[in-house]
Ligand binder design. Structure first.
Ligand SMILES: NC(=O)c1ccc[n+]([C@@H]2O[C@H](COP(=O)([O-])OP(=O)(O)OC[C@H]3O[C@@H](n4cnc5c(N)ncnc54)[C@H](OP(=O)(O)O)[C@@H]3O)[C@@H](O)[C@H]2O)c1
Length: 244
């Protein structure tokens, strides 16, 4: 077997109804994985499902800010070889307008959801021992912050810290844990950020990016590496995509 392919592996991808999660699910299936996809929007999740290559894929609707949805998802999961967390929102706000509600809304999906889903999967023993992989999507903005991003970036920084601890905790059972930190990628989230916050800010950040804007497949190919046996000696990393 080619160390870069995913044949025989079952991978859960969250946020699979849009952007990076959608492309990750499609690319993983192209590399031979059986993919379990989850998201909230039924129409867009079905669209992703229809674009998957091969057979045996499953889809689950779930709002990952609701504990009972997480519990139901975990109960329905088959045994996994990999888990990719692609959920997130990009609600931006200047520091003086941050409220308790904004903190909570951002952290609930950009941090708590991934942590609680991981906890559920580990507690119910749904992740294989020996050679399994968990991937989190942080953001380059934890190194190169931008105005208005205080809560988004803080949640990502918390996720990076959590992933480092998880890597130590799960290494003895043969699970590797890695983060990727992409620069701006062409997804609905980027369009939404420009529309709701400031086109000018987004344009400025784009101009600063060493390798320009990314495409979802650039991120998905990197994630496939982290899921494949090719990365079996790689853990506790946080890889910047897009050149810094
Ligand atoms: N795009 C970029 O430039 C960029 C750069 C660096 C990092 N990232 C990170 O990459 C990840 C994916 O971003 P993206 O650009 O692909 O965003 P996106 O296109 O907006 O997709 C976000 C996904 O998160 C899901 N989601 C949101 N709230 C949810 C909830 N409560 N329960 C379950 N799922 C929920 C959405 O599902 P529904 O649509 O079904 O609600 C959607 O599938 C995020 O963590 C983002 O911060 C993105």
């Amino acid at each position: 077997m080619n160390a870069f392919d995913l044949k025989g592996k079952t991978i859960l991808v969250t946020g699979a109804s849009s952007g990076l999660g959608k492309q990750t699910a499609i690319t993983a299936s192209e590399y031979g994985a059986r993919v379990i996809i989850t998201g909230r929007n039924a129409t867009r999740l079905l669209e992703t499902h229809q674009l998957l290559h091969g057979e045996g894929h499953l889809q689950f609707l779930a709002d990952l800010t609701i504990q009972s949805d997480i519990d139901q998802l975990v109960a329905g999961l088959p045994m996994l070889d990999g888990l990719v967390h692609c959920t997130g929102i990009s609600e931006l706000s200047p520091a003086r307008f941050i409220t308790e509600e904004i903190i909570s809304r951002t952290f609930r999906i950009s941090f708590n959801a991934s942590v609680l889903l991981t906890a559920g999967i580990l507690a119910k023993k749904k992740l294989t021992k020996n050679n399994s992989s968990i991937v989190f999507i942080s953001s380059i903005s934890t190194r190169y912050p931008f105005v208005g991003g205080a809560m988004y970036i803080s949640a990502k920084a918390a996720l990076e810290a959590y992933a480092r601890v998880l890597a130590i905790e799960l290494a003895p059972r043969g699970t590797r844990v890695n983060c990727i930190a992409p620069a701006f990628v062409r997804t609905p989230m980027l369009d939404e950020t420009a529309e709701n916050f400031s086109r000018e800010t987004v344009d400025k950040i784009e101009q600063r990016q060493l390798m320009g804007l990314g495409d979802p497949v650039d991120v998905a190919n990197t994630i496939v590496f982290y899921l494949a046996d090719a990365s079996k000696w790689v853990s506790a990393t946080n890889l910047i995509l897009g050149g810094g």
